[in-house]
Design a protein around this ligand. Structure first.
Ligand code: MN
Length: 502
């Protein structure tokens, strides 16, 4: 679990000298008050740090350069209290490498109808000051978030807070290491891709490790740590009788716990934030990691099955975004359909690896055969997922660019028990309906693997795509298939022309 309070966004206020000392003092005190208020807001998961009002090109350039090098700074929030001639911002914004949010707010709330005079007008100029700044940022073709709303309103604070979550994920992504145990599932296409381009575009690095490297860690697990972890399992999950001490499959549980401890030690010692494995390459491991992968995801690690490093990295980013939010996020796979006239739905699951952060109730700990891969029966957590809005997100490599794809869905509790299904699962109703959603997903080349999240919304992924400068396609309540196809075609041209723009 990551501590987001270690990060800061910098609150920078633009103005100019024309107004004189008196007004600039007021501008500074107002800006400080807003920054402090935001810093104390329950909707801001990171610190908000007040920076002096900037009134010259040099000051602007300096604060942008400082933001670039300060490790705890994850982005700039810029506000125009007054007019700030925007040619002053060219050098600074061109140099800025961290995410930018333009907070289009005003210190004052309602117009003081009977008292308003030209002094008041001079002091509260965000309405046109923000437009001058907006022109320059657009003229520079710079991606940024524009948040409009009064700074005391919950809605505006939430938008800024969610953007800060995404900026934190982006910050973490710059140093994220993904460990791949084995390669991917043989002949699978969508889990492949350009790892060099991914590192250039997103910052995370992907490197392979032999399963033997991991097995060495598993073998080093002490009996003491093993006994302690078994106690944790027993306290947190509904243990199947056969897995308990003296039970027929207790040895499987010990082996699963040993794998978790070995895997955890490997990831911790190497400073990894995500990992992949594949059931086709487990030499030396007696089980495919099931409960291990599930519990590591719950602790904030990204995971992708069958060598899927893109989904593993994406899940890591989303785990940073959803820190301490309700709902959870997991590796997911569209598994099987429930075809019904007018209300077809998708049952999502995986062989084992669904994160218990999305569980509706206490998971059951069970052991069953995997029926693929020829290894011993793996231990896994089995559960259902509660109803409510969710998204499925896929990151795919189109050859000349990356594409992020989102489908908004409504999770629903299964109407009936699934007594023979030995894996965690979630049923969802894709928007606008399954026939449009699945066709659009397939036309966009979306993977069968996704990140499923009940904690974040499409807007998080939209902000993330803009920080990365990659394409985003969204399938939601308003999706019309023919328009969606047009957008795919237009984007081919757009991203061909602008592929190096951020
Ligand atoms: Mn899979």
């Amino acid at each position: 679990m990551i501590d987001l309070k270690q990060y800061e966004i910098w609150f920078v206020t633009g103005s100019q000298h024309l107004y004189g000392e008196e007004v600039l003092k007021k501008v500074a005190s107002h800006a400080e008050e807003i920054a402090k208020n935001l810093d104390g807001s329950p909707f801001l998961p990171v610190r908000v740090s007040y920076k002096s009002v900037v009134t010259t090109p040099d000051q602007i350039y300096q604060v942008c350069q400082q933001a670039n090098v300060e490790k705890q700074c994850i982005g700039l929030v810029v506000w125009m209290h007054t007019f700030s001639p925007a040619k002053m911002w060219i050098k600074g914004l061109s140099a800025l490498q961290k995410p930018l949010a333009h907070f289009h707010t005003q210190f004052n709330t309602e117009i003081p109808w009977s008292d308003i005079d030209m002094d008041f007008m001079n002091e509260n100029q965000s309405a046109h000051g923000g437009r001058e700044f907006g022109f320059m940022t657009s003229r520079l073709r710079k991606n940024r978030k524009v948040i409009v709303g009064h700074w005391q309103e919950e809605e505006a604070q939430k938008k800024l807070g969610n953007w800060a979550r995404v900026a934190a994920a982006w910050h973490v992504f710059q140093t994220t290491k993904v460990a791949r145990f084995g390669d991917n599932m043989r002949e699978v296409a969508v889990t492949e891709g350009d790892k060099v381009e991914a590192q250039m575009r997103f910052g995370f690095s992907v490197n392979g490790y032999g399963v033997g490297d991991l097995v060495r860690y598993v073998k080093e697990v002490s009996e003491k740590e093993l006994a302690e972890l078994i106690e944790v399992y027993e306290a947190q999950y509904l243990m199947h009788a056969s897995l308990r001490k003296g039970g027929q499959h207790h040895a499987s549980l010990l082996e699963a716990a040993r794998i978790e401890l070995g895997l955890r030690a490997f990831l911790e010692q190497g400073g990894f934030g995500a990992f992949t494995d594949t059931f086709e390459d487990l030499h030396g491991l007696r089980q495919l990691p099931g409960i291990a992968s599930q519990r590591l995801m719950a602790d904030g690690y990204g995971f992708g099955g069958e060598g899927d490093w893109k989904t593993a990295a994406l899940l890591r980013a989303i785990k940073v975004m959803d820190t301490q939010l309700q709902g959870g996020s997991s590796f997911m796979e569209d598994y099987t359909y429930d075809f019904r006239k007018g209300r077809s739905r998708v049952l999502g699951a995986h062989m084992l690896e669904i994160c218990p952060s999305i569980a509706a109730s206490q998971p059951r700990c069970e052991v069953h055969p995997l029926s693929i891969g020829g290894k011993e029966d793996p231990v896994r957590l089995v559960f259902d997922v509660d109803s409510g809005p969710a998204i499925n997100v896929s990151l795919i490599d189109m050859g000349n660019r990356f594409r992020l794809l989102v489908n908004e869905v409504e999770a629903i509790l299964p109407e009936k028990e699934l007594p023979k299904l030995p894996v965690a699962r979630v049923l969802w109703d894709p928007k606008p309906d399954m026939s449009v959603a699945a066709a659009a997903w397939i036309l966009a080349g979306g993977a069968h693997h996704t990140v499923f999240s009940k904690a974040i919304t499409t807007e998080f992924i939209e902000d993330f795509a803009e920080m990365a400068g990659v394409e985003l396609m969204v399938i939601d309540q308003n999706t019309v298939l023919r328009d969606f196809k047009d957008k795919l075609h237009w984007n081919e041209v757009y991203y061909h022309l602008f592929q190096n723009r951020m």
